[in-house]
Every structure is written in C-alpha cells, then in structure tokens.
Design a protein around this ligand. Sequence first.
Ligand code: PSU
Ligand code: MN
Length: 305
Amino acid sequence: MTSPVVVSEAVADALAENRPVVALESTIISHGFPRPRNLEVARLFERTLVDAGVTPATIAVIDGVPHVGLDDAQVERIAGDESVVKVSSRDLGPAMVARATGATTVAATALLAHRAGLRVFSTGGLGGVHRGASQTYDESADLTMVGRLPMTVVSAGAKSILDIPATLERLETLGVTVVGYRTRRYPGFYLADSGHEIDWQVDSAEEIAAIMAANDALGLSSAVLVANPLPVEKELDRELHDRVLAEGLAESDRRGIHGKEATPFLLAWMVEHTHGASLEVNVDIAVNNIRLGAEIARAWAGRSA
Ligand code: PSU
Ligand code: MN
C-alpha cells in the first residue's frame, strides 16, 4: 500500500540528502495559542529552525490528507480557521475519511513524523496524566504514543496543569527513556523545576544522538524524551502560576470540562488570568525546545554522514 502521508518537497529533499529535519505539531498553533498571535508564533517556530540550518516539518491534516511539512498557506489555515479540529492519533482515520482539516497533537504528530522517517520532534509540553485521573481516567494519548514510537521528543516536561508524579510513573511503565538536558530535575513546563527527579542527565546534543543510536541498536521502539527546562529567570511567577492554576482547575471541574477540551481550556485559562504572561512563557518554552531539537537533529544527521 502506498503511504497516505504527503511529505513536502523541502522535507523529502532534506531527508534524501541526510540533512537535519525537526517535526513540529500543530495543535499548539490551533488550540494552544490565541488567534491571531498563533500565526506569528507558528512562523517564528519554523524560522527558528531555518535559522539553525534545519528544515521544519510542521504536521497537520489538510482536507483529509496528513501532511508532513506545510506551505505558508496551510500554516495560515491551521492558525486562522476556527473549524480546525484537534486530531490525536485515534482521530487520524476518521479525519481522513471525513476530509477534515485538523491540527495534530503530540501523539498524532509523532505517529506521522515517524511514518515519514523523521526522528526528532520539538513541542512545548507533553500531554500526560491529568489531576484526578484516578477518578476520570484522563490520561493523554501522547503517553501511549511515546511508549510506542522511536522518536526523540523535546519538551519542557509535562504541562504543570497535569499530575506530574503520575505522568512520570506512566512514562516509566511505558518504557520511555527520559533524560534531563543539563539537569536532573524534571521541568514543570511554565516552571523550570517540577520538584521531581530524573535518573539521567545529558549535557550535549551529541550525547542525545548517541542514546538514540544505542536504543536503536537494541531494537527499542519507545521514545527518548528530552526534558528541557526553561531558564529559571524566564519562568512564570510561581505565586501567580499556583494561584491561577488552582482557580482554573476548580473552574474546569465546575463546568464539567473533560476529554479533548480539558487541555485547551486550562491553557486558555492560564493565558487569560495571567494577563498574557503564560502565553509569553509558553512561546519561550517552545522556542527553547525547538533550538535544542535543531541541535539534536544536526547531531543525528552528523552521525550517519
Ligand atoms: N503543549 C503546549 N501547548 C499545547 C499542547 C502541548 O505548549 O497546546 C497540546 C499538544 O498538542 C498535546 C496536547 O499533544 O496539548 C495534549 O492534549 P490532551 O491532554 O487532550 O491529550
Ligand atoms: Mn485527555
């Protein structure tokens, strides 16, 4: 069967010539950042990679077709069109059949990136186990997919709206390799330190590429999760963070928000009630992860050169 995934010419050429490519998700654009700022941010993400000599591969479903690498008009559509749906891995099939236009989550992006032969993927924060999950069972499919796919995913930890210790336990169960970039503390997304430890610290992109090669050599098919904290001077004010988050979680409970709405609701709540401060931190987080992703992709391409 031929692949239903359309790989852009720029991405296909880069892969064929063994030049570095980094995958980017699109839910962060459609549902993570408010319009119209989100378009500016989507372009900033791609430009950050281009400036580092890396080919960006933003991933989304356009009119039912999964695309790896978008042109500018497609990026504009994902950012501007309010009817764009949030597509996780399980939604890909139905979205394709319905010819829907959808923005891919970490889970769906990792799957499509893997199908296209990419190895490195940068995002803001990974989905994880939600607070209260022992009652609601709300756990992101991002975890399942990083348990299954040999992608290297750079994130600033799991979003602090989640239950971080439970998320770390699930990552352990799923056999996901977790390394801290220049730290042994698991980052807390908006905050540099979640208060939890990581077993392994790495200090360079070359070291991460070597870990990818070691996992490959052993036939491990799970992801390498690179936890990359924001510099502490750039984090969200802790007192503001804790207060607004507690209010957002309570409001989300009151309104009975669940399923795929939970994460976008809490992110939007944080933006509104920190008066945009969380948005700026979220942009910094993603750019920081994209820069590191670029270095890893270069180190990875360098190994097989
Ligand atoms: N990180 C961000 N902003 C986001 C997300 C992550 O900085 O919007 C998105 C990602 O697409 C992630 C999704 O896969 O939230 C998780 O959603 P859920 O909890 O419903 O699986
Ligand atoms: Mn969920």
